[in-house]
Design a protein around this ligand. Structure first.
Ligand code: PLP
Length: 438
């Protein structure tokens, strides 16, 4: 039996309609921005394996640090005990996080990092005896797949089966260029009610919404309204953190800093599952009490896992190297130049870019995630040896920072090919889907 067939017998994949999906492509090895499939084909990982990979696959430096940690201490209970990797990583995170962040709470993925931030915000007001309980979020945001994270995310087809179980959230529109005033008015209307606990947002780029972007200036205006009305602010930097937007954090573009920051994805360079929620001293102090009821009763078995923290430390070493910073700048500049070329082409609705994130929105009949165009573009890219996972009619590039110029050229070439495909200047027969049910 092939790997794909064995997979099909026992595995249930994420976001996948198992009845109709094509068999998955077995990957047996990775190196740099390249993934090697079982059949010998190579793929450029232009989406950094769901936005997590920063320095390339199977990076030897990270691998060595992880191996060393594994042979020293693989895990230890994190209540009543601690260990050097968690301490050092927290110290170093605080040094690079936006000003004011002073405490790190570990968990194990982006959704749980968001859950922790929401629980901190909600309990903060309870501990202070102030009846604030509402949460404000962007209408088409994505903050994760656990229930609290789903509640503050878009009411979309992805969350529809659970809508009636999700707590109520005040949604405001994303302040995309030209629509800033509407959002400011919506936020002000909610803020004037006295019961708003927190505002959670993806700073500058809403990933899952289709790499929707807005300016640091309007975000500063929103944060200023929150500060005036004593509304806690949570920057969800799970996707934007660790260099993605051109700076270490998207919040680094802001004058005003958040009360809390959530991190995962690039936190370990894409090596180990780890989440972290940071907060400032104001939040932390609201939980200090002789009354045990004011404790933050949250934790996970793998909280502060030493191996994950070691991977995080190794990834941070690499991220802060001059060479990596130059790569980030270089990718950003190349993206800008390519965006300029693509902008005026037929069937290209919009090209958006923020640092190493590039998004191209193509004209399409239905603009939902479920439209056919996305499937065609996905298959087309795979044929070209490039992994690009469209969000409906939007194609985006989030490469590992180590991607070479030649590889980036191939990615751009593939996107040009997509544009030609859509305008009809190129013919492409999507491969027959092979599923065991056909
Ligand atoms: C991916 C993502 C999450 C969820 O992270 P998981 O590790 O997949 O649970 C939360 N917020 C944002 C902004 C994300 O992009």
């Amino acid at each position: 039996m092939s790997l794909a067939e064995r997979d099909h017998n026992v595995i249930w994949h994420p976001y996948t309609q198992m009845k109709t999906a094509a068999l998955p492509i077995p990957i047996v090895r990775g190196e740099g921005a390249l993934l090697y499939a079982e059949d010998g084909k190579t793929y450029i990982d232009a989406v950094a394996s769901w936005w997590v990979n920063l320095h390339g696959h199977a990076h030897s430096y990270i691998a060595q640090k992880v191996a060393d940690q594994l042979q020293t201490l693989e895990h230890v209970i994190f209540a009543g005990f601690t260990h050097p990797a968690a301490i050092t990583f927290a110290e170093r995170l605080i040094q690079i996080l936006p000003t004011g962040q002073s405490r790190i709470f570990y968990s194990d993925n982006g959704s749980t990092a968001v859950e922790v931030a929401l629980k901190m915000a909600i309990q903060y007001w309870q501990n202070k005896g102030i009846p604030k309980r509402k949460i404000i979020a962007f209408r088409n945001s994505y903050h994760g797949d656990t229930f609290g994270a789903m509640a503050v995310s878009a009411r979309s087809a992805f969350t529809a089966p659970f809508w009636s179980y999700l707590f109520e959230v005040c949604f405001i529109d994303v302040p995309i260029p030209g629509h800033e005033e509407e959002t400011i008015k919506q936020l002000e209307a909610y803020a004037h009610a006295s019961d708003v606990a927190a505002f959670i947002y993806e700073p500058l780029v809403l990933g899952t919404a289709g790499m929707v972007m807005y300016t640091p200036q309007v975000l500063d205006q929103l944060l200023s309204i929150c500060q005036q009305h004593d509304i806690l602010t949570i920057a969800d930097e799970v996707m934007t953190g660790f260099g993605r937007t051109g700076r270490t954090f998207a919040s680094d573009y802001q004058q005003l800093k958040p009360d809390m920051v959530t991190m995962s994805k690039g936190l370990t360079g894409g090596t180990m599952a780890l989440g972290a929620t940071s907060c400032n001293e104001k939040i932390y102090e609201a939980f200090l009490s002789d009354d045990k009821h004011k404790t933050l009763f949250h934790g996970h078995s793998y909280t502060g896992n030493p191996v994950a923290c070691a991977a995080g430390l190794a990834s941070m070493d690499l991220l802060l190297q001059e060479e990596t910073q130059q790569h980030i700048t270089h990718i950003s500049q190349r993206h800008t130049a390519f965006a300029e070329q693509l902008k005026s082409m037929p069937k290209v609705v919009e090209v958006r870019q923020q640092g190493t994130i590039l998004a191209v929105e193509f004209e399409a009949d239905g603009t939902s995630y479920f439209n056919k165009l996305g499937d065609t573009l996905y298959s087309f890219a795979l044929e070209q040896g490039v992994i690009l996972r469209p969000l409906g009619n939007i194609i985006y590039v989030i490469p590992p920072y180590c991607i070479t110029d030649a590889q980036l050229d191939q990615v751009y070439q593939t996107i040009r090919g997509m544009q030609e495909l859509i305008t009809g200047n190129r013919y492409f027969e999507p491969p027959q889907q092979t599923t065991l049910h056909d």
